[in-house]
Design a protein around this ligand. Sequence first.
Ligand code: NDP
Ligand code: HSE
Length: 437
Amino acid sequence: MLEAVKVGMLGLGTVGSGTVNILSRNADEIARRAGRGIKISIASVRDIKKQRACDTSGFTLTVDHNKVIADPNVKIVLELIGGTGIARELVLKAIDNGKHIITANKALIALHGNEIFQRAQEKGVTVAFESAVAGGIPIIKAIREGLAGNSIQWLAGIINGTCNFILTEMRDKGRDFDDVLKEAQQLGYAEADPTFDIEGIDAAHKLTILASIAFGVPLQFEKIYTEGITEITSADVAYASELGYRIKSLGIAKRTANGLELRVHPTLIPHRRLIANVDGVMNAVLVKADALGPSLYYGAGAGAEPTGSAVVADLVDVVRALTSDPENRVPHLAFQPDALSNIPILSMDDVSTVYYLRIHVQDRSGVLADVTNIFANHNISIEAIIQKEPQTNIASVPIIILTHEVVEQNMNKAIAEIEKLEAVTNKIMRIRLETLT
Ligand code: NDP
Ligand code: HSE
């Protein structure tokens, strides 16, 4: 067998340690798959005294990232630091030094992927990022290679494990939002700044990547509509359930006649759909393709070894390709770089969807008629209404409404008018609904 390929690591936290543990535990099988051994020879960290969740005795540990990317023996650099500052700088330098890159950093790819891929192409090196989307699920490979014969119509994914964990714990155990978020942080699921998770930014990074691969468009993070889960209450979860739905934070990318819808927001999904039953830190991506039809990809979306599994899969791919002709490698964004399309990304105003609304009103006659008149004026028709019994000591009653499909700008106007009604006591809660058929 050929000599083992030397790998340098930038970062040795949750994902880095998971990766080292997998490489060590499964070394023989990995070498048989790759055609040669894979050896970590150096890793850089911020705090050298910190206790690590893996055995570091077999390689050099340093605080100098430049030592990793400049090491002439290192062929592949794993970027497992995160963020778009130092990580971007180091990745570009490592590419200039002729290193192949593997990264789990979706923010880096979503924001700077176009630049990084171009530089990598010029230098004839690979940048692999399977672990950046949906943790351990091989979704990049599935779309980029497994579905290469299809025209993809839409995809919808639970692509943030932290949000799914929080929503599941709130629904099943009635737990408090902040308390579950703390647990997700302790378990290593959350981003260094967890607002990226709960405000939908992390999912938007991942959706940026999925949309490029599915539709052959450049990475356009700034055009994604993003809404987090922080305003969802346990009451919404319970009302949705009463109506036969589950609330999930979904990333949706849909091809329409006018352009692409790219959006991340909490979504009601009929409870009988498989994806509605994806709970906890698990992720799932449902892809609707013209030839295959729907297919669902399910697995752990975060955590040390699930993510390390995808990092190691990329390592094996790169090591296998090291002996092959660079011209034959798979393009980073699935489509050839000169064949990317400029389909417009739709503004959220032009997106059509069904809505769940929770409206709190004073309990007096005529209020419901005022609300439904406003809907009628904006051509919004109603699918279902639940009016709850008034509770003692509470001045308002909630009305829960499911609409038929409506264009977002009409709904925005109707909500603004309804919120101005004297009898409406609170800001209206609105959650979009997708039947995913
Ligand atoms: P951690 O915070 O656990 O680890 C980050 C590592 O990078 C640590 O070793 C840390 O050093 C080092 N580091 C961080 N900031 C700096 C800095 N400014 N200068 C030098 N070194 C630094 O992160 P994760 O392992 O959780 O995440 C790594 C990447 O993987 C991120 O891009 C994340 O989005 C992505 N990811 C994470 C998943 C998860 O489940 N955690 C899943 C999928 C992707 P030290 O240890 O000394 O502090
Ligand atoms: N913070 C991310 C999540 C990690 O919770 O999904 C995996 O990308």
